[in-house]
Write a protein that binds this ligand. Structure first.
Ligand code: SF4
Ligand code: SF4
Length: 390
């Protein structure tokens, strides 16, 4: 039982939409706390001072069960424990895993406390997304001295006990991140099954930093297509190539909308019970789409608008509006500075990746893959746990 002080539903709870979730799956992202034991310099929860603002749950597990029964009945539900650092509220994680044993579970963590988790919890996790910034020097620069080694040691300790996979999640902020650092995470470290990166949503694209990233991307994409016996386990490349080869996969599970699922079937529950579509926009109160205590849920408000440029973009058929937060800030809120310094450089990098992929004739490459390698590319469960696009 989650014990912390439940609140009574607000008397003016809005009326729910009849079918707020698009499709048959839903990711229930539960923020167990907004506290964190690290202080990463670029943390997106720092915007609007969300980080650390809620340290106690304001709903209980019966209220959560009532919400699930009302709005998610008949759906394939998978839970992601998120934060802050979710393992700081292990009691909540364990209570949810016991109450909903048929759900699938994922943990998004900074990895520092992983070795404290009981074996039965590790065994029930289908995926662990562990945040890391690249190699040792860059990671320790953002997160604190010794963190890289601590996290890698923890991954080694738990890898054999985790039911599913371990995916390293890199926020590619530093333009000096090298191919070798990313390659080590993707292919050299035993305890990491997949590498996912996202381009940092911050003003870190000045001067030659876009070109530096392009030079690394060329090497990553070369290596991706160099083998047909094994798959180079880089999620954003896998996802892009899949979307190019089998465009239907990019649309059927997301109704043609963004591959991060915020427009269709991702709901983020804050510790206070409020629900938002995007975990990076919980400071924008007009984006609230539901509440556990009031037991209401509406469709995601984060939807394409005519101001967004995607439908005329060469990347649209496989990118499908990479990050709705970025598009919303840049083209709906019309934050010109953010558009020019963040959104446009990221879109340039995405289009560049698309052209580099095409240069390697992905259809001819795919034709040579064995059945198991093909399946790993086309039907990978990990796509359900990350944004797919960088
Ligand atoms: S690259 Fe940018 S503009 Fe093009 S589809 Fe993706 S998000 Fe939209
Ligand atoms: S990719 Fe999706 S979930 Fe991530 S910040 Fe952007 S809109 Fe939010």
């Amino acid at each position: 039982m989650i014990t912390q002080s439940p609140e009574i539903a607000s008397p003016a709870a809005p009326v729910s939409d009849p079918d707020p979730i698009v499709g048959g799956r839903v990711e229930l992202q539960l923020l167990t706390t907004l506290k964190c034991n690290l202080k990463c310099t670029y943390c997106s929860l720092g915007v609007g001072e969300v980080l650390g603002s809620q340290t106690e749950l304001k709903y209980d597990i019966d209220q959560l069960a009532r919400f699930v029964d009302t709005h998610l009945k008949g759906k394939e539900v998978y839970v992601t424990f998120y934060g802050g650092e979710p393992t700081l509220n292990r009691a909540m994680m364990e209570a949810v895993m016991r109450r909903f044993p048929e759900f699938r579970f994922q943990l998004q963590t900074n990895g520092t406390l992983l070795d404290d988790l009981p074996d039965w919890v590790l065994a029930k996790l289908s995926n662990i997304l562990v945040s890391i910034d690249g190699g040792e020097a860059i990671t320790d620069g953002y997160r604190g001295r010794g963190i890289w080694r601590q996290v890698i040691a923890n991954l080694d300790k738990v890898h054999g006990k985790v039911g599913g996979t371990i995916t390293a999640r890199v926020t590619w902020g530093n333009p000096d991140t090298t191919f070798e650092e990313l390659d080590e995470l993707a292919s050299a470290l035993e305890a990491i099954d997949y590498l996912y990166w996202q381009f940092v949503a911050d003003e870190m694209y000045f001067g030659d930093s876009v070109d530096k990233r392009k030079a690394v991307l060329v090497k990553l994409i070369d290596k991706f297509f160099a083998s047909t016996d094994t798959l180079y386990p880089l999620i954003p490349l896998m996802g892009m190539v899949r979307n190019k080869l089998l465009p239907n996969r990019g649309t059927e599970l997301y109704a043609g909308l963004t591959q991060c699922r915020v427009s269709t079937h991702l709901i983020n529950v804050m510790p206070n019970g409020q629900i938002y579509p995007c975990p990076d926009m919980m400071y924008a109160h007009h984006m609230q789409m539901g509440e556990i205590q009031g037991n209401w849920l509406k469709k995601s408000p984060l939807q394409p608008t005519p101001e967004m440029p995607c439908e005329g973009c060469e990347a649209f058929s496989w990118c499908r509006r990479n990050c709705m937060k970025n598009l919303w800030l840049g083209y709906v809120k019309k934050d010109e500075r953010y558009r020019q310094n963040v959104v446009e450089p990221i879109c340039e990098l995405i289009r560049f990746m698309g052209r580099e992929i095409d240069r390697h004739d992905p259809h001819a490459w795919f034709a040579k893959l064995s059945v198991p390698v093909r399946k790993r590319l086309t039907d990978n469960e990990v796509y359900e746990y990350v944004e797919i696009m960088p």
